[in-house]
Design a protein around this ligand. Structure first.
Ligand code: ADP
Ligand code: MG
Length: 840
């Protein structure tokens, strides 16, 4: 009977081991514990899924036998012996009725076995606590220990985990789940009730994948699940033609093979053809794997952020293994602070964030850990700020001088009060011996560029070089033009350095920057290349700074010795958020638009009103104005996107506006072509420009008065506001039309925000509420703000107390020399977050 365990031999081994006082006897081939572990590792064929878990749990417990106390060993042996008797009976039944579903799942291994056999009742899966499933020798679980050195993880899995940046025990403890699936509320198919969120565990009975005959873009995965009580069809939807292919079908087939066990979790709905689960979470339960299956069913299961090539189970298993190490975790946060803010202790929080007992323990854990995320970030900022204050810059810049005077004379307009105030703040910083680190926030069109130019001139007239970096070539080129216009009058040479600068030009710029001949370079990322060296860089200006990563900003800064740094952004963010994201910066606000700006009349509309829009455009152009037509990026493919843009351009140029010149601008054009398209538009050679979102940032053509944004529902509000800011820059009355074919209420509501408001702050606040800050600010920014748990929109209260707590700490202990625990934790976190110390 090859597929059955040697029952007798196992019984005998148990008896002998007990007789010899649980000393883990060495047999001919194996030690007692090894033999038992091996035997329980091979359940007989046809063992039910749940019973397999019992087999495996026992296998694990025996693998850990040498770590157990005498009492634990005794208990394990008696448990094993009972289970064995019971399992033997199940196997005997199976031999007689091979098709009957047999389950012992109502029972745990310790309870009397006789009552549980061959039941057809809906089963409730009761499992031992997670901690009893996998155990690692606690001596192996030092917090700093490399995962590679932990036997139950092993080198192969440790290497896989390193892809997630997890190298040590502590790293895994701090790898928080992004969600939990409540497998605890597990029901059988027969028990489903509409309106409840539940988990079912069943076998995939049928698999069907097809493209909807009505909608070619909609692909449907139909799976029929079967458990002991019935069948249920569940569907998942994949929108987009990229899924309508065999490749995807095969992928899904491999992912969800017929016959495999899956857990499906979701909301029960009453559909046309009976009950179903609404687009559920599906997870294949790996039967072949070791212990992990039993980690899932009947539990609140953590769901971790994944990357390619790391399975959910690998992470869960590692977490379970290292979880006991929380005992070694010292909470660096003083008890008084915890009590003051009503926070639970760190070890408990970490245990409960992974495996909460219920939603209350989960919430308490989340609150504590979110506090930590904010607290250490603020602590880092405050400390950094403190340290930076002590650093001396070589560039002490005078706030007055001939260049600034002359510039004031040639400026064709008066600075607004807000501009004057911010210029004052900047010049004040530049005078100091500590390097400036200031962010200027100002809504689109508020006139940030002139403000930066003031700072640049101050630096130049004091004998320092400056660099102005912008995120796109289009924008860099535009700044360059503007600066050339002004600086020619002041006899200051300006050069433009971008990826597409010609080699000879580039060499010349490098040389002139090194000798100090050139005192201002405008450019893109090309400015941070290694070849670029300055003689005495005193001021760095970064426009649209949220589009750059932390490191790119730092890199430019390192081209000088502690230069002053001025950053600018047009994505205004609420104050609390600004503190969080830029806690180490001083923030200035240009909260006033230049006089004479008329509000942009914004209207959401649908296709039927299109002709009216075209008519209005024609009238505007007849009066000398110009027009933007913006097309969204179609995420599926850049090629499609390009084709859509070219086709639309063609249509507009030949059918709609044959009497005008229509230009085209998109990201795939060479930069010379982009330049040409933009300067044609700037010079009114073309009256209409059809563009993708390339024009989003910074393009400044005051004569343009109409913008039409196609498929506006696809953009975020802040992005629409930015786009819209391309018009209304001159004295003319301007219009923005938001074309949308979406009839969803949500989309309408969002577009209404723009119809009603011109206030970038309010709009971005609404946007963050509707989409979340990560989406709004882009992932780049998250270099710093990438919280595992915290949501900037929802956790403001915790943010405030964390900032408060951090300020108090720094007030008493500036360099954290009296709080080594906090300092160590801070270093650890910054290392993880930024791959460097807080001072790099
Ligand atoms: P943004 O803050 O969006 O970068 P810009 O610096 O590009 O705005 O300025 C927008 C336009 O307003 C430019 O044409 C600029 O010359 C003009 N401008 C800036 N300040 C003033 C002012 N105080 N009065 C009138 N026009 C101004
Ligand atoms: Mg700008």
């Amino acid at each position: 009977m090859s597929d059955e365990p040697d029952w007798l031999r196992i019984h005998k081994a148990l008896a002998v081991e007990a007789q010899y006082n649980y000393t883990d006897l060495q047999g001919q081939q194996y030690r007692f514990s090894e033999f038992l572990s091996l035997s329980f590792g091979k359940p007989p064929a046809h063992t039910s899924f749940d019973d397999r878990n019992h087999w495996r749990n026992l296998a694990f417990e025996f693998a850990d036998y040498h770590n157990l106390t005498l009492a634990d060993r005794k208990e394990l042996l008696s448990k094993a012996s009972q289970f064995l008797t019971f399992a033997e009976e199940v196997a005997a039944k199976k031999r007689h009725h091979p098709t009957a579903p047999v389950s012992a799942a109502n029972d745990s291994a310790q309870s009397p076995p006789q009552s549980n056999i061959a039941t057809l009742q809906p089963t409730k899966k009761v499992l031992p606590p997670v901690s009893s499933i996998v155990r690692e020798n606690s001596g192996n679980l030092e917090l700093g220990r490399s995962l590679r050195d932990i036997p139950s993880i092993g080198i192969r899995k440790a290497d896989i985990l390193s892809k997630l940046g997890l190298f040590t025990v502590k790293d895994v403890l701090y790898y928080y789940p992004r969600d939990h699936i409540d497998y605890a509320k597990q029901v059988n198919i027969i028990e489903l009730e509409p309106g409840e969120t539940v988990t079912l565990v069943g076998i995939i009975h049928k698999f069907n994948f097809f493209t909807s005959p009505k909608n070619k873009k909609l692909n449907v995965l139909d799976i029929t699940l079967k458990d002991e009580t019935g069948h249920l069809k569940i569907s998942r939807f994949y929108a987009g033609t990229r899924y309508s292919n065999r490749g995807w079908q095969e992928t899904l087939k491999r992912k969800y093979p017929v016959g495999s066990w899956v857990a499906a979790s979701g909301l029960v709905k009453q559909g046309k053809y009976g009950l179903n689960l609404d687009n559920p979470e599906l997870e294949v339960l790996s039967e072949g794997d070791t212990s992990i299956s039993s980690l899932k069913i009947g539990r609140v299961l953590p769901v971790y952020p994944l990357v390619e090539g790391v399975s959910a189970d690998t992470i869960r298993e590692a977490v379970v293994i290292v979880l006991p190490a929380t005992e070694k975790l010292k909470d660096p946060l003083p008890k008084v602070v915890r009590e003051q803010y009503g926070l639970i202790d760190l070890p408990t929080a970490i245990r409960h964030i992974h495996f909460p007992e219920d939603s209350d323990t989960k919430e308490a854990a989340r609150r504590r850990l979110i506090f930590d995320e904010f607290f250490y970030l603020q602590l880092g900022f405050l400390q950094r700020r403190h340290l930076l204050r002590q650093i001396q810059t070589e560039a002490v810049i005078k706030p007055t001088g001939i260049l600034i005077d002359r510039f004031n004379e040639i400026l064709p307009f008066q600075l607004t009060k807000a501009q004057l105030r911010v210029v004052g703040e900047i010049l004040g910083d530049l005078e100091k011996t500590a390097p400036m680190n200031r962010l200027v926030q100002g809504d689109v069109g508020s006139g940030k560029t002139v403000v930066a130019v003031m700072a640049i001139l101050a630096a130049i007239q004091s004998g320092y070089q400056t660099a102005l970096m912008a995120p796109t070539e289009v924008l860099a080129e535009q700044h360059y033009r503007k600066l050339v216009g002004w600086f020619n009058l002041l006899h200051i040479p300006v050069e433009l350095l971008t990826g597409s600068s010609k080699i000879a030009k580039r060499r010349q710029i490098y040389r002139e920057l090194e000798t100090g001949e050139l005192s201002i370079a405008v450019g893109t990322h090309a400015l941070i290349q290694d070849k670029v060296n300055f003689r005495n860089l005193g001021l760095v200006v970064i426009d649209e700074q949220h589009r750059f990563g932390v490191f790119q900003r730092a890199k430019l800064q390192q081209k000088g010795s502690q230069p002053h740094v001025l950053t600018m952004t047009a994505t205004p963010i609420p104050r609390t958020l600004a503190l969080t994201l830029h806690g180490d910066l001083d923030v200035s606000q240009i909260d006033e638009l230049p006089a004479g700006r008329q509000p942009i009349q914004t209207t959401a509309m649908n296709n039927r009103q299109r002709t009216q829009v075209y008519e209005l455009m024609k009238r505007e152009i007849a009066q000398g104005r110009q027009v933007y037509i913006v097309l969204p990026l179609i995420e599926e493919s850049e090629k499609l996107d390009l084709r859509a843009a070219t086709e639309e351009h063609e249509r507009l140029a030949t059918e709609v506006f044959p009497e005008f010149k229509v230009g085209l601008l998109h990201g795939r054009m060479s930069s010379a072509d982009k330049d040409a398209a933009l300067s044609d538009f700037r010079d009114n050679v073309t009256q209409i420009i059809v563009s993708t979102t390339v024009i989003e940032v910074g393009v400044d053509v005051p004569n343009a008065s109409v913008m039409l944004i196609e498929n506006a529902e696809r953009f975020g509000l802040s992005q629409l506001h930015q786009l819209r800011g391309r018009v209304g820059r001159g004295e003319h009355r301007s219009f923005c039309f938001l074309m949308s074919s979406s009839s969803s209420n949500d989309a309408k509501q969002r577009l209404q925000v723009l119809e009603q408001s011109q206030d970038g702050f309010w709009i971005s606040e609404m946007d963050m509420q509707l989409r979340g800050p990560g989406q709004v600010l882009g992932t780049r920014q998250s270099g710093l703000a990438d919280f595992a748990l915290a949501s900037l929109a929802q956790d403001e209260e915790v943010l405030t107390i964390a900032r408060d707590a951090a300020e108090k700490v720094i007030l008493q202990d500036k360099d954290l020399s009296q709080s080594p625990g906090l300092k160590a934790e801070l270093d650890y976190r910054f290392q993880k977050l930024m791959g460097g110390s807080i001072l790099t």
